[in-house]
Design a protein around this ligand. Sequence first.
Ligand code: ADP
Ligand code: MG
Length: 260
Amino acid sequence: MVSQIREPRTADTAPTGVAIAAHDLRKAYQVGQQSLEILHGISLSVSSGELVAVMGPSGSGKSTLMYCLAGLEAPTGGHVQLAGRPLERLSRADLARMRRTSVGFVFQSYNLIPTLTAAENVALPYLLAGRKPAAGLVEQTLEAVGLAQRATARPPSMSGGEQQRVALARVLAQQPEVIFADEPTGALDTRTGELVLAELRRIAHSPKGCVLVVTHDPSVAAACDRTLFLRDGQLVQELRGASVDVVAATLARLGARSGG
Ligand code: ADP
Ligand code: MG
């Protein structure tokens, strides 16, 4: 659990434009002969400067939604706009460039290279792009997620929570404006969860920044500016400035209904 921290929004961090937008977004997967629609026409808009949570029962389509909004999966219907650009008009090269520069994705699985140290994992996207991270950047990023002491450790010797934070540090070191994070605090204790949330908030509230975060933790959602609730591939509710209790009760209600 992460305690509720709210910082007053200052004039220079107020929303300035639309960072992520979806209109009637649909996604179907081909399973054998059948086309199985997972997302049934989702419309949403997230402004620059916003830290927005996505919640919903397991299997409700949260990860699929994040993939489609981030351009990692092609929607089967509707439109997505990311950082002011319609994704369907971008080439693969454009999308790849966007992911190297302005958009970061923290996966639910950590995707770390087991033979590289934490610091090497964080620096890897730079090395793959033939660039060098700025002096001290890797160390600073590891420190920001509470892993300054673990820079030379390798993933197999790290806890799940430590690996999760290396994966986040790798994205933070890219200094993206828009971050998609799929359950980035799922394996963390209260203190490290707060560290991670503080980093996500810092990026969301920076100029042109914006963060969309999937979470099962009502206290994480309550610390976000807004929470979107997904059920069976549809956006069914939205809360702004809700307490932990209200978020938890809303989630419980959705879970109970989707089971029946
Ligand atoms: P969540 O992240 O909310 O748990 P997901 O987006 O991972 O949900 O999955 C939503 C639904 O889509 C699930 O029923 C899942 O089995 C299905 N699904 C996800 N990916 C695929 C895929 N590649 N092929 C077929 N079905 C998929
Ligand atoms: Mg998921």
